[in-house]
Design a binder for this molecule. Structure first.
Ligand code: SF4
Length: 167
């Protein structure tokens, strides 16, 4: 069993979600798995998904989604409907795919509807904003909201925090 301080450090460092931490604090086997997979975000995401199941993606309310969607579309239209170059999209999408915050969408009607509208092959969402992550990575007006592990100046896409890529 890990010491409390080490458990707290791992929860913070790996940004472990609430649905995971209670069991993580008590289950030495789970602590072993997480410690072993610590440097591999994809494995960590799989372990979390097993423990949290459907709870992992917060079911953002319809009004929150409508507001987020409208505001993203407004910024996108204002920019002239810009998409990032393929190389930028590939970099962003690779980062999302190894990110703990990329999760399956909840099964609520709001998400089913949005996925029909955006029509993406990959329907996973960014847990931090509730957006379809693949669509988000394509739009020049969007940015990743989470700091990278190397410092607060850049986000997980490797772009300055808050910066939106120009076309
Ligand atoms: S946008 Fe950022 S926080 Fe969201 S899934 Fe992608 S890398 Fe993770």
């Amino acid at each position: 069993m890990l010491q409390q301080q080490t458990i707290d450090l791992l929860i913070s460092e790996l940004n472990l979600p609430d649905c995971f931490t209670e069991r993580f604090r008590q289950d030495s086997q789970l602590q072993y798995y997480v410690t072993s997979a610590r440097s591999n975000p994809e494995w960590i995401a799989q372990i979390i998904a097993r423990v949290c199941g459907d709870e992992i993606a917060p079911d953002h309310s319809v009004s929150h989604l409508a507001k987020t969607f409208a505001s993203a579309m407004g910024r996108w239209a204002w920019s002239g409907f810009g998409s990032v170059p393929k190389a930028v999209f590939d970099r962003r999408w690779a980062a999302c795919q190894s990110c703990l915050h990329l999760v399956p969408p909840p099964s609520s009607p709001a998400y089913v509807l949005i996925n029909k509208v955006v029509g993406k092959h990959d329907d996973r969402v960014c847990k931090m904003c509730g957006c379809n992550a693949m669509t988000k990575a394509k739009l020049s007006t969007e940015s990743c909201p989470v700091e990278s592990s190397i410092g607060p100046e850049s986000n997980r896409w490797g772009e300055p925090m808050g910066q939106r890529t120009k076309r």
